[in-house]
Design a protein around this ligand. Structure first.
Ligand code: PGA
Length: 257
């Protein structure tokens, strides 16, 4: 069954709100109906640019979606420095990245926290992009599959199978993020397939058929087409290359390459 690819640009801690507006305008300049028909295209700027990009999308009726990089799992409260899912939903945010490896490894988020975020995002009518993937060390020790299985099982714990259309899982091997090293297309495909098997265990095989599994880790114009040709890969979560309009637009136009 055909799953519509999701191409999402995670800008991380880059671009102020003015630069963000410029980048989105430059990206959409290169895209047309064929690209939007083919894939769902989403930008994931820092919190400070969400409102500006939302206004731009609304005002110019752009066909791209808006995502956020993180959120807290509570609706409101004494959590200095945090942003709630309710606040993001009000900004017409469609996707929220949950458990990105930088959140897990730099900020110490554990599986339980990530799971709470996934459930809170769904509860507010948004879509989580649950990130899973092993570090270099874990891979060296032959633990890649164990780690991915744990991330998927615990990340989707308590999630109702009827929300499957709203769930995205991104397989992102940590050793490939921001390093220029990409998993080979066949390795990436195999691990995305394994990720899907774990989704089937957590939510059933119907859900696993529908849920999109993205690959992330040094995706760029030169490797995106080959990655997207793989049967188990339903999109890309793009970091570095999404900060350059030409590169991200080329990634969104992969089907022409
Ligand atoms: P990268 O980042 O494309 O720069 O490797 C991917 C990610 O962190 O989602």
């Amino acid at each position: 069954m055909a799953r519509r690819p999701l191409l999402a640009g995670n800008w991380k801690m880059h671009k102020d709100h003015l630069e963000a507006i410029q980048l989105v305008q430059q990206v959409v300049y290169h895209l047309d109906e064929q690209d939007y028909d083919r894939s769902e295209i989403v930008v994931i700027p820092p919190f400070t640019a969400l409102r500006s990009i939302q206004t731009l999308i609304d005002g110019d009726r752009l066909q791209i979606g808006l995502g956020a990089q993180n959120c807290h799992y509570e609706d409101a409260g004494a959590f200095t420095g945090e942003v709630s899912p309710a606040m993001l939903a009000k900004l017409a945010v469609r996707y929220v990245v949950c458990g990105h490896s930088e959140r897990r490894h730099v900020f110490g988020e554990d599986d339980e926290t990530v799971n709470r975020k996934v459930r809170a995002v769904l509860a507010h009518g948004m879509r989580p992009i649950l990130c899973v993937g092993e570090t270099d060390d874990e891979r060296e020790q032959g633990l890649a599959r164990d780690v991915v299985a744990r991330h998927v099982q615990l990340g989707l714990d308590g999630v109702a199978g009827d929300r499957m259309d709203d769930i995205v899982v991104a397989y992102e091997p940590v050793w490939a993020i921001g390093t220029g090293k990409t998993a080979t297309p066949s390795d990436a495909n195999e691990m995305c397939g394994f990720t899907r098997d774990q989704i089937a265990k957590a939510l059933g095989s119907d859900a696993a058929e529908v849920i999109r599994v993205q690959y992330g880790g040094s995706v760029k114009p030169g490797n995106v087409a080959e990655l997207m040709r793989q049967t188990e890969i339903d999109g890309a979560l793009v970091g570095g290359a999404s900060l350059r309009a030409d590169d991200f637009a080329a990634i969104c136009r992969y089907h022409r390459l």
